[in-house]
Ligand binder design. Structure first.
Ligand code: CP
Length: 308
């Protein structure tokens, strides 16, 4: 069973093949209408369940469009309207869904839900975000970086802000793709030691630097994310804003990074908080390429899951 649960648990050769296949197939489709199917209809006759326990725009639409382009069908399910975890065990939902669908994508809160679903499903399961990671997003980010700047191996990525689930997947990717990552943010929002330690053991240079201006020196890519993630309590908002304000990505910080540094944000963004509109809409920003590449990379992930 080829689940796509996290970047650190997927073989580096498979990750590379997914990125390369996404790029080749994106180029092959260039200029075609979005609703036009691919030539080879890799998911023809396949049914894909897309389960959302949290809101989504990009993940929901890009998976749905991707399945349709590959000739498959989707059903989009809201966790609230299912028995998942409250009316029955996750394991029983996994066993039942496996009798109806060929592939499951889930966006959920606890990583344990994803892992239990994968353990008991007889079909591949894809992680569409948990509180601990967001691997599809970072695969899209790597594809985006490489389209603009070539191989990411050996490059310097700077994460500015909250060491959250998206940052965790960047750390996973640093270990698997061989790039260096500098985290700059307040100590209380550092990424978990387990993510930093694993990336270092795999040979990536991981640096923690409290001064954002020092951190971005020589950066090839500057990344940030919202100051309040979907799983954070609203009551933490003021405290987090005060902690994270010095790590805003603005024109001054991008100037310190240099003109060659790209800017990424997985979106949705709170403009004027973690990043200014001048940066988001500026010449170094590739945020909408990132969003588009969710489609291409997830199609490659689904192909990989269902191949062999
Ligand atoms: N970046 C991302 O996952 O976006 P959505 O929450 O809109 O799916």
């Amino acid at each position: 069973m080829k689940h796509f649960l996290d970047i650190n648990t997927t073989d580096p050769a498979d990750l590379r093949s997914i990125i390369d296949s996404a790029l080749a197939r994106k180029q092959a489709r260039a200029g075609r209408p979005k609703g036009m199917p691919d030539d080879d209809l890799a998911l023809e006759g396949r049914m894909v369940a897309l389960i959302f326990e949290k809101p989504s725009t990009r993940t929901r639409v890009s998976f749905d469009v991707g399945v349709r382009q590959m000739g498959g069908q989707t059903m989009v399910l809201s966790g609230k309207e299912m028995q998942l975890g409250h009316g029955e065990t996750i394991a029983d939902t996994a066993r039942v869904l496996s009798r109806y669908v060929d592939l499951i994508m889930i966006r959920t809160f606890e990583e344990a839900v994803l892992l239990e679903l994968a353990e008991f499903a007889d079909v591949p399961v894809i992680n569409g975000l948990t509180d601990r990671s967001h691997p599809c997003q970072i695969m899209a980010d790597i594809l985006t970086f490489e389209e603009h700047r070539g191989p990411i191996a050996g490059k310097k990525v700077v994460w500015s802000g909250d060491g959250n689930n998206v940052c965790a997947s960047f750390l996973h990717a640093a270990g698997q793709f061989g790039f260096d990552l500098t985290f700059t943010g307040p100590q209380v929002l550092d990424p978990e030691d387990v993510f930093v330690g694993e990336a270092r053991r795999k040979g990536a240079q991981i640096t923690i630097e409290r001064d954002p201006f020092k951190a971005v020196e020589g950066a090839d890519l500057v990344v940030t994310d919202t100051w309040l993630s979907m799983h954070d309590s609203q009551s933490a908002q003021e405290r987090r804003h005060n902690l994270l304000r010095p790590y805003q990505v603005n024109e001054e910080l991008m100037k310190a990074a240099g003109p060659e540094a790209l800017f990424m944000h997985c979106l949705p963004a709170h403009r004027g908080e973690e990043a200014t509109s001048a940066v988001m809409d500026g010449p170094q920003s590739v945020i909408f390429d990132e969003a588009e590449n969710r489609l291409h990379v997830q199609k490659a992930i689904m192909r990989w899951c269902l191949a062999g």
